[in-house]
Design a protein around this ligand. Sequence first.
Ligand code: KIV
Ligand code: ZN
Length: 513
Amino acid sequence: MTDSNPRNVVIFDTTLRDGEQSPGASMNLPEKLEIAQALIELGVDVIEAGFPIVSPGDFESVREVAKIAGHTTVCGLARCREADIDKAWAALRAARRPRIHVFLATSAIHREHKLRMDKAEIVRRAVESVRRAAGYCGDIEFSPEDASRTELDFLCEVTEAAIDAGATTINIPDTVGYATPDDMRRVIGALRQRVGNIDRAVLSVHCHNDLGMAVANSLAAVRAGAGQVECTINGIGERAGNCSLEEVVMSLRTRADYYGAGTRIVTPRLVPTSRLVASVTGIQVQRNKAIVGQNAFAHEAGIHQDGMLKERSTYEIMRPEDVGFAKTDLVLGKHSGRAALADRSTALGYHLAGEQLDNVFAQFKILADKKKEIYDGDLVSLIEQQMLAVAERWTFESYRVTTGTGATPEVELTVSRGGQRMSTKLAGGDGPIDAIFLAIEEITGTAVTCKEFRVHSVTVGKDAQGEVQVEVEHEGRTYRGRGVSTDSVEASARAFLNAINRIAAVANGEKKT
Ligand code: KIV
Ligand code: ZN
């Protein structure tokens, strides 16, 4: 299929809703707004910002995203219940382009075991709910949950009824990631052929990745005529995740000859957006991840390098700069000025201005005193720390640890709170980091269980900064923390304190983390 004027596929991003359902990926309001802003700049058509009835935090984030979204459609999820739909509308009403997304399971297994409803009851509920939602706004999406395991005749019947009731998008979820590309092609094809009013709605797909086929299934659906793909940045989401936005977008772009379809995505924003989502959620992207992984464009084999030097297209089907990898890892140093830093940040996809630029520049100068060369990775890390800073109740000041093999560590820790310095001394723990964590628990009066501790180097070289990420549990909830320093023990202390600050923010009635 070749078409010089390919049809547009709507990109519906659900990073803030289905993506947030990834274990440990919950985000607070400033983080969600930061991601929403990045999604707007990326050019997604629809942002599914949350499920407003689920919690006050979800309600607020949908409402706040609705206020900043401008021409980007903002969507809120609702079950086929009056209270859900009313709540979704209350959260969305400030949006210039609101969409209510109602869903109800249709497969036999869900009808019998989860809903205990017969087919007639399902159709009645779906119709009533779509009508109620359509009374609020003109853009209504209906999802027959577990559609890929629903009897085709019944799926056609529900779809036709939902469109008659006012649905403008019909989304076909492969809720449990069970479908094959052939299944998706068959379902989309059947709906297009057999549903009399299908031309009044956009057909969409929403594929989960349990068998690793979410992207392939979504692309097969597009090839069969689907006009919208639901996806998430880095493919995060419930269980094994959702269809990855960057993979589906770059497949459509690179193989436009085959799919005859394109998107409005500003592809050089893919890598910065991916980094932001990884940093906010703590879910790192594997090095060999297609499109945005660190190795996605690295050619190691000599024969490949030789081919690349002679002619890039021998081994390269996309250019790194097309997806937002900077051309060079430019080095900055302590004599680099504000303008050079701002320029480099822009090249990396961040727009720093005013106070944010001042703060990053101040941190940059401190780092440049410790470290001769500042690489892109260092800069990204400084910028993200600045953009995602949580209100600090406790601020790290200094530490001293004495320890050795077989010895009990002794730690002296100083933090400040509201400008006042406080110190503690203790002996204990299994090593210097454990001892510092104990001291932080003691001084802040907050007991936690450390579930994850990860450390990695932000750039190369002996003086590289270490980034530490921790995940701690407190009163049944998980909180993340992140700290960066050229000293990895200090980075650990900062990460742990960052998690404690998030706990304090929640205890103070601020948003969930
Ligand atoms: O996976 C699913 O079925 C969903 C629906 C709510 C669309 O996320
Ligand atoms: Zn889903």
